[in-house]
Design a protein around this ligand. Structure first.
Ligand SMILES: NC(=O)C1=CN([C@@H]2O[C@H](COP(=O)(O)OP(=O)(O)OC[C@H]3O[C@@H](n4cnc5c(N)ncnc54)[C@H](OP(=O)(O)O)[C@@H]3O)[C@@H](O)[C@H]2O)C=CC1
Ligand SMILES: [Cu+2]
Length: 407
């Protein structure tokens, strides 16, 4: 294996002094490609770079020849399929039947189906594209491969994340030959069994973020549940019972109360299946029996559930860090207001019968009336104004104190 890894992907003889790909050595294994689209072009670049001799079959070779490295031979379809034993069909399913005229020349050869159906096509056709190709060319051996690799990955070379190439075919020898090519191109073949598995292999690229759907729906469900609960507890109940409007809490405060609830429940759902599995093994007295399906799936989703739990907790930490900043600001403003109003309130005396018929003509304590001149010009008017001011202040103070509680 280490010997394989030491081999350079592009052999020295294939690279010109100016760095471009030179003429292929005639002894390189010959591979045919039908089609001249994006995938065919990337495939050719990779194959040529891996030391293969490539011949491309196009309906219009004159038009397409310029798109390929000079090391590849571009010709008509009939000519291209003549000599190679392995032929890649880099075309869409609906055009497969246009190759039927080549049936005789293709007899006994290995056809590699690289196609990917769209979601609708996948649902519409009961048989996979590879099985359809095999039914059109019963004298050929069909191998399904490379469909999970994008044209871009083919061209830029395999990365660690997507090295695997699932392969399936009814003929072990053909599968082995294609597996060796896959390896020579720097990818890792994964045997998926017989050609009936092609449907499964073709569905792989259709799955967006496999394994995340159930955990994501679970997290969303939990979030909605706890959000509604916190909404009823923190917003709806104070509104109905005391008439207090706390709807401003909806976008930030209620969300921030909800996030840790979701994080905790998700975290417990990461550990719970392990405990259940251990209990089940103890009860059965063996660990060599399969878990029931529901537990098996649950165990497999632990990583995603754990990551979602971490995400909720991290978001909660961020919210909790940012919230006090705005609160401190609000608190300082309210505090300042209270400091200004409180002395006036302490000095306020409700009007009593002794203070005369008008009530407003009572005399405020001297510390409040610093600027007023007791007994000066128009004392009654000054008193009345200050009495009115104190009543307003008292009401404001109640509002401010309520605000301070909120902070
Ligand atoms: N692009 C990608 O990243 C990937 C593509 N694939 C699969 O590879 C196959 C080719 O894809 P791609 O290269 O992107 O597609 P393109 O449309 O770019 O190429 C399709 C090619 O099919 C050839 N062809 C042969 N007969 C016909 C016909 N009757 N009508 C139209 N075209 C015909 C054409 O070549 P010419 O005119 O020279 O005959 C054409 O260049 C598809 O099955 C796709 O699912 C799989 C994985 C990734
Ligand atoms: Cu917290």
């Amino acid at each position: 294996m280490s010997g394989e890894m030491d081999k350079p992907l592009i052999s020295r003889r294939l690279v010109d002094s100016d760095g471009s790909l030179a003429e292929t050595p005639s002894e390189g294994p010959k591979v045919g490609i039908l089609g001249s689209g994006d995938f065919a072009r990337s495939l050719v670049t990779r194959l040529v770079g891996s030391g293969f001799s490539v011949v491309v079959g196009s309906r219009n070779p004159k038009r397409t020849a310029g798109l390929f490295p000079s090391a590849a031979q571009v010709t008509f379809q009939a000519e291209a399929v003549d000599s190679p034993d392995v032929i890649f069909v880099a075309m869409f399913r609906e055009h497969y039947s246009s190759l039927c005229g080549l049936s005789d020349q293709l007899a006994g050869k290995i056809l590699v189906d690289v196609s990917n159906p769209t979601e609708q096509e996948h649902l519409r056709h009961r048989e996979s594209n590879a099985e359809y190709l095999a039914s059109l060319f019963p004298t050929c051996t069909v191998v399904k491969a490379f469909n999970v690799i994008s044209a871009w990955t083919l061209q830029s070379g395999p990365r660690d994340g997507n090295r695997q190439v699932p392969i399936c075919s009814d003929h072990p020898d053909a599968k082995r030959a294609v597996s060796e090519m896959v390896q020579a191109m720097g990818f890792m073949p994964v045997d998926m069994g017989a050609l009936v598995s092609a449907r499964e292999v073709e569905a792989m690229p259709l799955r967006l973020l496999p394994g995340w759907k159930v955990p994501a729906l679970l997290a969303l469900g939990l979030f909605i549940f706890f959000y509604v609960y916190n909404f009823v507890r923190d917003v709806l109940q104070p509104y109905v019972r005391d008439g207090k409007s706390k709807f401003y809490k909806l976008p930030v405060s209620v969300v921030n109360t909800t996030l840790p609830c979701v994080a905790y429940v998700l975290l417990s759902l990461v550990y719970l299946p392990g405990v259940l599995a251990a209990a089940l093994q103890l009860r059965r007295g063996t660990k060599y029996r399969r878990f029931p399906d529901w537990l098996d799936h649950w165990l497999q989703h632990r990583k995603q559930i754990g990551l979602l739990s971490f995400f909720c907790a991290a978001l909660h930490a961020l919210y909790s860090f940012c919230l006090p900043l705005s609160r401190v600001n609000r608190y300082e403003v309210v505090n300042l207001a209270i400091k200004q109003v409180r002395p006036a309130r302490a000095a306020y005396q409700p009007p009593s019968a002794a203070s005369g018929p008008a009530g407003a003509l009572r005399r405020p304590p001297p510390d409040v009336l610093k600027t007023g001149e007791p007994g000066g010009a128009m004392p009654g008017l000054v008193d009345a104004a200050q009495g009115w001011g104190q009543e307003t202040d008292a009401r404001q103070l109640r509002v401010f104190e309520a605000l301070q509680e909120e902070c």
